[in-house]
Write a protein that binds this ligand. Structure first.
Ligand SMILES: [Zn+2]
Ligand SMILES: [Zn+2]
Length: 147
């Protein structure tokens, strides 16, 4: 799994341009926040960061931008049963995650098992696999230590 924030930022901006979207300073700032964040932020967290530079930007604007980027395949949305959604703009394609059930931290799992699994699923079912979702739930070392 390659994590290159600058390459991701370039890819998001190029993708917006190719589809004829206006490249506003706010859109670039959202792209930057996503491209440089591997902590899987919520829309609210992206909005909080954005407001440091653009204090008047509304949460609705951020929702719209995230939805736009999601539609272009430039951000991966991770929806949870609790109703919360987290976003990965640094690694926008399906990949396994580790979720701490205590503090809500989400990490990318550095284990390349899903390609193998997807291949196996495809072979045994005849399906052409277009996506997958694999989350491991647990308690992170910090929460285990009672911090
Ligand atoms: Zn934790
Ligand atoms: Zn991720």
């Amino acid at each position: 799994m390659i994590k290159d924030g600058q390459a991701r930022l370039d890819a998001i901006v190029t993708s917006l341009k190719e589809r004829g979207y206006r490249i506003t300073p706010q859109r670039i700032a959202v792209a930057e926040i996503l491209a440089r964040n591997d902590g899987h932020p919520t829309v609210k967290q992206v909005h909080d960061q954005l407001r440091r530079r653009f204090p008047t930007t509304s949460l609705v604007t951020v929702y719209k931008t995230m939805s736009l980027l999601k539609g272009m395949g430039q951000v991966l949305e991770l929806a949870f049963e609790s109703g919360s959604c987290r976003y990965d703009g640094l690694v926008p394609y399906p990949h396994p995650h580790l979720v701490c059930v205590t503090c809500g931290e989400i990490l990318d799992l550095q284990v390349g098992i899903t390609d193998e699994v997807a291949g196996e699923v495809s072979r045994t079912s005849g399906y052409r696999i277009v996506g997958h979702r694999l989350d491991f739930y647990g308690v992170c070392p910090r929460c285990q230590a009672g911090e």
